[in-house]
Design a protein around this ligand. Sequence first.
Ligand code: GLU
Length: 423
Amino acid sequence: MNQLSYVHQDQSAWNNYLTQLDRVAPYLEDLNDQLDTLKRPKRAMIVNIPVEMDDGTIRHFEGFRVQHSLTRGPGKGGVRFHPCVDLNEVMALSAWMTIKCAAIDLPFGGAKGGVRVDPSLLSKRELERLTRRYTAEINNIIGPQKDIPAPDVGTNAQVMAWMMDTYSMNAGSTVTGVVTGKPVHLGGSLGRSKATGRGVFITGNEIAAKIQLKIQQAKVCVQGFGNVGAEAAYLFAQAGAKIICIQDHSATLYQEDGIDIEALQHYQHTHGKIQGYCPNNEIESTQFWKIPAEIFIPAALENVISPEIAQSIQTRLILEGSNGPTLAAADDILAKRHITLVPDVICNAGGVTVSYFEWVQDLASFFWSEDEINQRLDRIMCHAINTVWDKALDKNCSLRTAAYIVACERILIARKERGTYPG
Ligand code: GLU
C-alpha cells in the first residue's frame, strides 16, 4: 500500500484549479472578461500506446498531452509516468504550468503530458519502447517552438534522451531543444536536475526572513524523497535546519535530532525507497501531518492537504514542492490560522526556470557554467517571490491568489493584445 498519507482521490485536481482561478476573478477588473480562456485547455490529445513487452505480448497504455495555453509562447511542462494519470489530472497540471510560467515571467504557455503506467514494473527496454511510441504519437504537436516536454514524476533524464532521439529521428536532424531535463552530454543544462529542490530552498529562505522564522535549528518535515524533496531536504539541512521527518511511498521516518540526509539519499539510490534505512525510527504514515514543525514541504503528489489537516497542522510555513498538494478549502483555513503557504506555482518553479535556461542554451548552442545558472535562478526566483509577496500585501490576499493575479494579468493582457482569430 502507498504510504503517502491522506491522498484525497475523490477530489478532482482540475476542479481544484478552477476554484483557485475563481478566487482571482474579483481582482482582475476589466481583464475579467478574458478569464474564460483559462477555464479550458487549448488542446488535449489522448493517445493509445501499444508496447511489445519482453515476453512478446502486446500491452496498451493510455497517454496524454495537454496544451492548456500557448498565449505567451510555446507550451512547457513535464511528462508524468504514474498509475494514477488521467485526463483530469493532466489538464490540471498543464493549467498550473500556464500559471507558473507566467508568474515567473518565462516566455512560455503551459502544457503537460502523462502515461498511465507504473514505470517500476517495466524493464528498461520496455520503458524505452513505451517512451518512444508515446513520443511518436504526440510528435506532431511538440517541438522547440511548439511545446517542450520535461521530466516530472516517474520520468528522468534518460526518458528525455529517448524522447529527444525519437523526435530527432523523425525530423531527420538532431533537435536538442525539443525537450529539457536531458543528460548534460546531450544538450542538457548543468544544475537542471537539482533546480526544483533548489528553488524550494530559495523560496523558503526568502519567505522565512519575511516572517521572522530562523532556518537555523528550524524543524522541517518533508513528504516525498524524489528529485524535489531530497534536494530541498539536503539544502535545508546544509543551512542548519533539522529535517525531523521524511515520508515517501514506502515509509515514514521520524528522528527528533534530525535525519542524516546524505546517508538517506545514498540508501535511497541503492534501494529505491527509504523503508529499511532505520526501521526503529519508522512511524505510522498517518502521524506525518501531526508532527509539530516550523516548516512542512509537500513534495509528492496532489490533493494531500485537506481541510482537516489544515485545521490541525502545527506549523508556520508550508512550501509546496509538488504541484497541487493543497485543496482550495484547506487554503482558506490555513489563511485564517495565519500559516504562510507558498504556492506551487512559485515555490517549485525552479525546475521550469532552469528548463528555460536549457532551452535558451540549446537554441544558441552556447552553454553556461553551473554558477551562472544558479545565480540567474536565484535572481529570477527572488524577484518573482518578492513581486508576489508585495501583491499579497497590497491586495490583502493569500500568496496563491497573489501569484494568480500576477500571472493572469500577464496572460490576459497578452491575450487581449493578440486578439481573437479570425478577428
Ligand atoms: N515537471 C516540472 C514542473 O512541474 C518541470 C516542468 C519543466 O521543466 O518544463 O514544474
